[in-house]
Design a binder for this molecule. Structure first.
Ligand SMILES: [Zn+2]
Length: 245
């Protein structure tokens, strides 16, 4: 009889048969503006390539924990792509929204945590150190913590030369050095630049507009081309492609 290999699940730590888990959930790979052939006038030949290819999986979670995290994913997927909280076109400089704090934050933290434990090169910038276990416990116990713990800021990013959120653009996370010395990570997905502060030290200034315990969050609106990490990433990406040609 074939022996089933078991390994400790990264979330509950129990030995079990592990599933092939997504780091970035599949539903975030939307048919985006890029698939209409308008991707990145910035450089021309990205064509239809996604910045992080769809379908990357790693053996990380047991079936029970897949279901557990799947509940946060379902909340976000329904919110973002059924209720559609981002207007299109976007005609204002800022968007104020209100969410259900617990599942909203836990979904976002689950992406940060998954990127942190991933062994894929695309996520190698995310080094959570002691915060990795802290996040694991929060996710396991469905505890989103106070809004000063892993503060989250968002900027709505518009596809170049349009007023449409850049759904479908998914960028490998970038490490942030914040003015007050904190460390953070920027992810781009779901039309938003999500900025996670992975330090305890937060200030009122940077709290302004962050996801609050009452669920409010304020999103300034920018063009994708004005996102520094994104433009740097694209420059590196094309330099590498040219070298490998
Ligand atoms: Zn598990």
């Amino acid at each position: 009889m074939r022996q089933l290999t078991t390994m400790p699940c990264r979330l509950c730590l129990n030995d079990d048969a592990l599933q092939n888990s997504h780091i970035i959930p599949e539903f975030l790979y939307r048919p985006g503006y890029d698939e209409k052939g308008r991707l990145l006038e910035l450089s021309g030949d990205v064509g239809r390539k996604k910045l992080i290819q769809k379908g990357y999986r790693e053996r990380l979670l047991c079936a029970g924990c897949e279901t557990h995290i799947g509940r946060f994913e379902k909340y976000f997927a329904d919110l973002w792509y059924q209720t559609d909280p981002l207007p299109n076109p976007v005609t204002t400089n800022g968007i104020l929204r209100s969410f259900d704090y617990q599942p909203f934050k836990l979904f976002l933290l689950s992406i940060l945590w998954r990127a942190g434990i991933s062994e894929r090169e695309e996520f190698s910038t995310v080094r959570l150190g002691p915060y990795e276990n802290e996040l694991r416990e929060m996710l396991l116990h469905e505890d989103p913590g106070p809004d000063t713990q892993f503060q989250i800021y968002g900027l709505v990013l518009l596809a170049p030369q349009t007023a449409s959120p850049c759904h479908g653009t998914i960028m490998p996370p970038a490490r942030l050095r914040l003015p007050a010395g904190q460390t953070g990570y920027e992810f781009i997905f779901a039309g938003v630049s999500w900025n996670f502060i992975s330090s305890k030290q937060t200030t009122d200034a940077i709290r302004l507009g962050a996801l609050s315990e009452s669920g409010t969050m304020s999103f300034p609106v920018r063009s994708l081309e004005d996102d520094r990490n994104f433009t740097q990433f694209m420059k590196d990406y094309f330099a590498t492609r040219r070298r490998n040609r």
